[in-house]
Design a protein around this ligand. Structure first.
Ligand code: NCD
Length: 298
């Protein structure tokens, strides 16, 4: 996300808005007619993979799916660079999710086609950020937004990408996490250099009344070197009906999903819950990113 200017982000969001009727199946499009998009997912995924698939299909393109890593030559010891070089010759664009930090950037150096980063380790998840911003623009507002990013701020790649983008809109950010899962210092410093004042706390109770958006995240169990550390922090923060009694009536709660225990189900039917709409917005935003990266719209 650090590579994008505010103008570029707005342009992607505007493009996504134009494509929304196609994403809903109300209008038809052939923007990706004749194009092949390869999906290389080396980590589990439901929404990112399926919303990319839906986006490609709605735009009339075709999917090439690596499928399970166990069934591919990766199991024979093929390195990522070789896999990428080869798939570049089979597809017009590659969407990559990989557990290694920096894998997408590295892949882009070997690829002859555009790479879209579908999540690299705990570092970046830019397409999620685009759909998060789209949701915020739709359900609340971006300029000067008062937002709390809560949960696993240490290992969560969604929040790492999102806070850079939000900084371009002058957001007032509060980071809410257990002390063990604080936002990496390097990111906090970067944001301060961009002129933002960041608040940090471990209490949702003290924060909930002061924000317009609460962006909740899952504790990233798979990234903990020590399972006992995960056990200690896994249920520290939770959004419940009780907590929401002190919320602003216009508060919107977002979550990239999957959730584990951090939002109790009773919240789903309240006016605050925006996380299922948010998951839908992955389709128009990914359509826009695909069409712009392939160059079928300018
Ligand atoms: C996120 C991810 O993969 O980082 N999921 C997603 O893409 N919607 C968040 C998570 O796994 O917690």
């Amino acid at each position: 996300m650090k590579d994008f200017s505010r103008e570029e982000i707005d342009y992607v969001l505007d493009t996504a808005e134009k494509l929304e009727p196609v994403a809903r199946g109300e209008e038809r499009s052939k923007l990706l007619d004749g194009k092949i998009i390869a999906l290389l997912f080396f980590e589990p995924s439901t929404r990112t993979r399926l919303s990319f698939e839906a986006a490609v299909q709605r735009l009339g393109g075709k999917i090439l799916n690596l499928g399970s890593v166990e069934a591919s030559s990766v199991m024979k010891g093929e390195n990522l660079a070789d896999t990428i070089r080869v798939i570049s010759n089979y597809a017009d664009l590659i969407v990559l999710r990989h557990p290694l930090d920096g894998s997408a950037r590295m892949a882009a150096e070997f690829a002859g086609v555009p790479i879209i980063n579908g999540g690299d380790g705990s570092v970046n998840h830019p397409t999620q950020t685009f759909l998060d911003l789209y949701t915020i623009r739709r359900e609340s507002h971006l300029e000067g937004l008062k937002i709390a990013l809560a949960g696993d701020l240490k290992y969560g790649r969604t929040v790492h990408s999102l806070c850079y983008a939000l900084s371009l809109y002058g957001a007032e950010m509060t980071f809410v996490s257990p002390p063990e899962l604080r936002m990496p210092l390097e990111i906090v410093r970067d944001l301060q250099k961009r002129g933002l004042s960041i608040k940090e706390t471990d209490s949702l109770e003290k924060t909930i009344g002061d924000v317009e958006v609460l962006y909740m995240t899952r504790v990233q169990r798979e990234r903990f070197p020590d399972p006992e550390e995960y056990e200690k922090v896994k249920n520290r923060l939770k959004v419940t009906g009780d907590l929401l009694r002190s919320a602003d009536p216009n508060l919107k709660i977002l979550h990239p999903l999957p959730r584990v225990n951090e939002i109790s189900p009773e919240v789903d039917s309240t006016q605050y819950a925006s996380y299922f709409e948010q998951a839908f917005y992955g389709i128009p935003t990914r359509m826009a990113l695909l069409a712009l990266a392939i160059g079928v719209i300018e």
